[in-house]
Each structure stands twice: as C-alpha cells, then as structure tokens.
Write a protein that binds this ligand. Structure first.
Ligand code: ZN
Length: 267
C-alpha cells in the first residue's frame, strides 16, 4: 500500500488531533523473513573465536590454542554420517589442537590424555623433525583446519593410538573436505575412517567415540553407502535393524538409508 493511499484513508481525522497517520498501514506488514538471517550474518564470526591457554603435555610449554565460545555455536543441519553443519565460526575447524613448539597435535578432547610412552614416541619421532615457520590466521579457513587435523592424525599414528581415535580424526578430515567440496579428498578419508571403525568395532569396548554398538554399526553402513558399496551398506544397516539394543532413532536412520539405496538402484 502506498503512502498516498494511507493518507487518503485518514485525511479527515486530522481535526480530532489524530494527525501523522499517513504512515499507518491497515494490515500489519509481515516482517522480512530474511531480516533475522541478515542480523546473524552481521555478527563478526571472529569475535566468537578466542585464544585458550593450555600446557602442552608433551613438551611442557605454555601454548595458546583456539576455540569457539559456546555462545557462538549455531547448528544449521546434520548429515547422515553425523556430520554437523555450523554457521561461522565453524567449531569443527578448531577440533584439533597443535603445539607449534614440539609438533604435538591431537583432537582437543584427547589433548591431555597422552601416556608417558606416547609422549616419548612423539618426542623421538616428531619433535626432532618439527619446523613451524608460519602464522595461522585468527579465524581458520578450511585448509588450515585440514592441515592441523592431518598433523593430529600423524601424531595418532606415531603414538599408536586406538583405531577409533585414528578413525575419528579421518572422519573429521573427510567432513572438512566435504565443506571444501572436494569429493576426492573426502572419499580418501572416509575410506580410512570406515576401515578404522571396523577394527574398533571388533577390538574396543563400547562406547567407541561416544557411540554405542548399534550407532557404530550404522555409521559403518553409512560410510560403505557413501563409498559406493551398497551391498556392504545393506549388510550393516540390516544388523542395526536386527539389533535388540538399537534405539528407535538409529533404527529409523538405518531404515531411511536402506530405502535410499533401493530407491537409487531403481532409477
Ligand atoms: Zn609441545
């Protein structure tokens, strides 16, 4: 409705002292649905990233690592292999911490759980070769995140970490490649993750990387599906569906992905 048409509606009310009515609209204007989104985007993502002081358990130096304030974490969506999409700043970029002095790196939740034997392995096999001559930007880009996760993966191999820990780092690197829209890099690391989770399922006690048995079986099936191996994917989804201990939610997810394989095959 134009300004003129509004003023025509109320012209004659000026005598009642009711003036300045030409801006009034009879029907409430709907708020621009994009307004909220615009407001979110206008917040500077860098302001949610902060330097956190920790001690490196391998070399003992005081170091600074980066983390995202909880108030800055906004989940946008989730993928069928548990990957979470975030609004910037993406906390998954800061999941791995690196000591730039000695070359030790790990997923943040495992950073301090390193045994004396593992410290020695890192000091003997990584630190003597380690050179760090760069500066990371305050706000990591996906390539920086991939690089630090790869250093963490190398550390996990050197320190002879559990297969599940190595597989989890591989899965996170695959997700970072998905953000980068690099299917080749993604599949390379999904394949490593799938192999590691299979080994972990056979050898490790549950929960494995926070997952119960049925959830890990589902994840293995989903990784097979993403790696274009539908027969193995169906085998693992079938195990989830037959499991007595699987939650209704994980059974639903297995059923959805199983249906997806059949519907894709029919096309
Ligand atoms: Zn260190």
């Amino acid at each position: 409705m134009t300004k003129d048409s509004n003023s025509n509606l109320f012209d004659n009310l000026a005598g009642f002292g009711l003036d300045n009515l030409d801006e009034i609209s009879v029907y409430e204007e709907k708020e621009d649905p994009k307004k909220g989104i615009k407001d979110c985007v206008q917040v500077n993502p860098a302001s949610f990233v902060y330097e956190r002081k920790v001690d490196c358990p391998v070399c003992g130096r005081h170091i600074q690592v980066r983390a995202v304030k909880t108030s800055g974490v906004r989940i946008l969506s989730k993928d069928s292999d548990f990957m979470v999409y975030y609004q910037e700043p993406n906390p998954s970029f800061y999941d791995a911490w690196l000591c730039t002095y000695c070359g030790y790196a790990s997923l943040s939740n495992k950073f301090n759980t390193v045994s004396d034997k593992q410290k020695k392995l890192i000091r003997d096999n990584i630190t003597p070769k380690w050179k760090f001559e760069k500066t990371y930007p305050h706000l990591y880009d996906v390539d920086t995140a991939i690089e630090i996760h790869q250093i963490a993966l190398l550390n996990s191999i050197v320190k002879q970490a559990k297969d599940s820990e190595k597989a989890m780092i591989c899965l996170k690197i695959a997700w970072l490649h998905r953000i980068k829209n690099n299917p080749e890099g993604e599949n390379k690391f999904l394949n490593q993750a799938q192999q590691g989770f299979l080994k972990a399922l056979e050898k490790e006690d549950f929960p494995v990387v926070g997952l119960d048995q049925a959830s890990l079986q589902y994840l293995i099936g989903e990784l097979y599906r993403r790696l274009s191996d539908p027969s193995n994917a169906l085998l693992w989804f079938g195990r989830v569906l037959a499991s007595r201990n699987a939650t209704p939610k994980i059974k639903d997810m297995a059923r959805t992905q199983k249906d997806l394989i059949y519907s894709t095959a029919q096309k």
